[in-house]
Design a protein around this ligand. Structure first.
Ligand code: GLY
Length: 373
């Protein structure tokens, strides 16, 4: 089953590369990606899928396609195009770091280090966080962190491994600790975002951006937390991060609906029309795979994690994937970007496609994706 789903996904990636040369998919409405330039937070996922495709079957077509984007990503950095946000990690882990990892290209390594330096500029030492969005004095976003940022930290941990410079590790570690302290609640649920006072660093309040309401649990945020804290543990060996990832995973699993693919927020009232977020389930699947790699056979939670992983992936493959739909551009239907903001509430999400493929390839072949080396 997994193999068939992967082969179908690879064909779709190839078809997109041929149909839209040099372009990148944007947030979509109407089950057709909008294709354009490198100016959002999501472009790395498309290139990351090409690297997964190449590593899976060694077809040089995907490698050449992925390599052809490096100059574009480097140019974006040089010209600082739409980089007033923390998602530099998402963008450059899956493009430049992935390329360096697979090919050893020193230009890719240099671009990834340049990206890590740019990410460091968002560090707010008075608060101990990497600010998510906007400029330091932004009235809405100054002093604000979000749970998604945990997936940006591997770029900094990687830069530390490459250079030996402590600043990358220290900042990533501090941010992960603040995330653990302020974004994760006692019952294992999570805030999407948290605000601090920009001048004295005092903790102010939890809130949301894409979730249902401030105190609710946005399912994709919870999934970023599962995977992100597991990765923070992999790099730091700080046991409490592993424990936090597991607590978030158990909350996620305990609140799964019957078909094991989550709605967009755990606290929203579920009706026939309530949107799912298949991308959250794909991210959580990768988080569970990570937890299964990091925990030993005697860990009592492994059975629960394995069962949830299998149920969710089987459901995604059988009921959400576009397998067999030859003209589909996306891999996974029924993702949601920003339901409350009425942006793409039920559509393909390129990160959903990426994590779905990462999970499949990890299950089938054990490749690890590009969040760590
Ligand atoms: N990191 C933005 C999102 O998950 O929508």
């Amino acid at each position: 089953m997994w193999n068939n789903a992967i082969e179908d996904a690879l064909l779709k990636i190839k078809q997109n590369i041929i149909t839209y040369p040099g372009q990148l998919p944007h947030i979509t409405e109407g089950e057709k990606y909008e294709w354009g330039d490198n100016n959002d937070w999501i472009e790395g996922f498309y290139v990351g899928m090409m690297w997964l495709a190449y590593e899976y079957g060694q077809d040089p077509f995907y490698k050449e396609a992925a390599e052809s984007y490096l100059a574009n990503f480097k140019d974006r950095l040089d010209r600082h195009v739409a980089l007033d946000h923390h998602d530099i990690g998402f963008l450059y882990s899956l493009s430049a770091v992935a390329e360096w990892r697979v090919t050893g290209n020193s230009a890719a390594r240099a671009a990834a280090l340049q990206a890590a330096d740019k990410l460091l500029m968002r560090w707010r030492p008075r608060i101990g966080i990497i600010q998510a969005w906007g400029k330091e004095d932004d009235p809405e976003n100054g002093g604000r962190m979000i749970i998604d940022c945990l997936l940006n930290l591997p770029l900094l941990f990687w830069a530390h491994e490459q250079t030996g410079e402590a600043k990358y590790y220290d900042i990533a570690m501090q941010h992960a600790l603040q995330s653990q302290k302020f974004l994760v609640r006692g019952d294992g649920s999570s805030y999407h975002t948290f605000y601090f006072h920009t001048e004295n660093g005092n903790a102010l309040r939890g809130g949301t951006h894409q979730g249902y309401q401030d105190g609710s649990t946005w399912t994709r945020g919870q999934a970023w937390g599962i995977y992100g804290f597991a990765l923070a543990y992999r790099y730091t060996k700080h046991e409490a991060f592993l424990d936090t990832s597991k607590r978030l995973a158990k909350y996620f699993i305990e609140h799964l609906p019957d078909d094991a693919v989550v709605y967009w927020d755990f606290d929203v009232m579920v009706e026939d029309i309530t949107p799912r977020d298949s991308s959250a389930s794909a991210i959580a699947a990768c988080g569970l795979l990570e937890l299964l790699e990091l925990t030993g056979d005697s860990d009592p939670d492994r059975t629960v994690f394995k069962d949830a992983l299998n149920r969710s992936m089987k459901s995604l493959v059988e009921h959400y994937a576009t397998t067999g739909q030859a003209d589909a551009e996306g891999l996974l239907k029924h993702g949601s970007y920003h339901v409350r903001g009425d942006r793409a509430p039920d559509d393909y999400m390129i990160w959903g496609d990426y994590f779905y493929l990462e999970a499949l390839v990890r299950i089938e072949k054990g490749n690890k994706g590009y969040w760590y080396v």
